[in-house]
Design a protein around this ligand. Structure first.
Ligand SMILES: [Zn+2]
Length: 150
């Protein structure tokens, strides 16, 4: 799913520093990786934060339909998108190491390494979750935000 077409400019500031947000990824496509490096895209959250049926983002008590998440954001108006992207890239690095290890074929000694990477990924997720929830409450239009009941 590629999301909405790129708007001509930011509705708020009329600037043109709009970047694409990549959501729900397992790994990055080469074009996504290039766009990230070039500053033309930012990382949203990975597939681990989405339900598989009727893709919906669930972060703490915040719930947003995949289709209502912004595809293009203005980094001048909302620099917090860069914070979100930076945190998400740490998790992506950990999960890429896991995928790489699995691809190379698991040796006995890899299991320990895999368990360590896995632990690191889970630690990052727990640490990042409250930050994601706070950032997304600021960034996602309020009408798209739903709440999980306690
Ligand atoms: Zn703007």
């Amino acid at each position: 799913m590629r999301g909405q077409p790129k708007p001509g400019c930011c509705e708020r500031c009329r600037g043109n520093r709009l970047v694409r947000v990549i959501w729900g990824y397992f790994e990055l496509y080469p074009e996504d990786a290039r766009a990230l490096d070039a500053g033309e895209a930012l990382l949203g959250l990975s597939h681990r934060y989405f339900t598989s049926v009727d893709p919906t983002l669930v972060v703490g008590r915040l719930v947003v339909k995949r289709s209502e998440l912004p595809s293009w954001v203005c980094v001048d108006c909302s620099p917090q998108w860069s914070d979100l992207s930076r945190l998400a890239s740490l998790e992506l690095r950990a999960s890429s190491s896991t995928i790489e290890a699995l691809r190379e074929g698991l040796q006995e000694e890899d299991l320990t390494r895999l368990a360590m990477i896995r632990g690191e990924q889970e630690r990052l997720e727990m640490e990042h979750l409250p930050k994601y929830e706070r950032l997304l409450r600021e960034l996602v239009p309020p009408e798209s935000q739903h709440r999980l009941d306690a």
